[in-house]
Design a protein around this ligand. Sequence first.
Ligand SMILES: [Cu+2]
Length: 247
Amino acid sequence: MNRMYIRTTLYKAVISATVLLLTLSSQAAEMDHSNHASHGTNADSETSANNTMDHSAHQKHSMAAESNDPHAHHKAMMSNSSKDKILRSSHDYKAPSLTMLNQKGESIEVQQLLNSDKPMMVNFIFTTCPTICPVLSSTFSVVNRKLAEEKDLTMISISIDPEEDTPEALQRYAAKFEARDNWTFITGAIEDSITLQKAFNIYRGSKMNHEPVTYLRANASKPWTRLEGFPSSEQLIGEYHHMQMGH
Ligand SMILES: [Cu+2]
């Protein structure tokens, strides 16, 4: 769908239908993902069901709705341009054999790391991203803390901008998101990052085109679950428990 068309249409609706707006404004606590438009956030996500969001990174938008609020039209647009949904699919991605680096500067055999017989959650990020990655990383941070008792779980964030994301940069990023020991950040050669992105069908030619995707699997004998969109921490934890029950 054409986002600009939606926004334009909504704006007209705002002008002509105040009553409608007041109704919509009650949904204003939903997130504004309009700044994610350039990342193609919603392009493929129209078909899925789940619409629960982690709002932790967007508290500033959680204003109470008021009847005479002059920003009601803005809120209405936010709530309606942000029907972010999670598109869930299953894939047999093959981790390539690569030697990369973790945030401590240690060599990591990527294939060995990813082909673990233990549960795993993976995403692709870059530390200077102003939009998608802070949301994904905030969610990972909450999950990392809430699943602290799950000793087998490994969480992995792979840089798609390894030239900027040195091990030191990743270590600072990890500290910022209070990453526990079981959350590893991966960088290395740009070609290797691209190879890895292609293996997980997330390479889009430029870091500026990247999409929010989270991958999970119970162990190396299972397919990867691919979640496109912005799952909340509760959703990710739900996926984790679901997967641990053998589904
Ligand atoms: Cu990003």
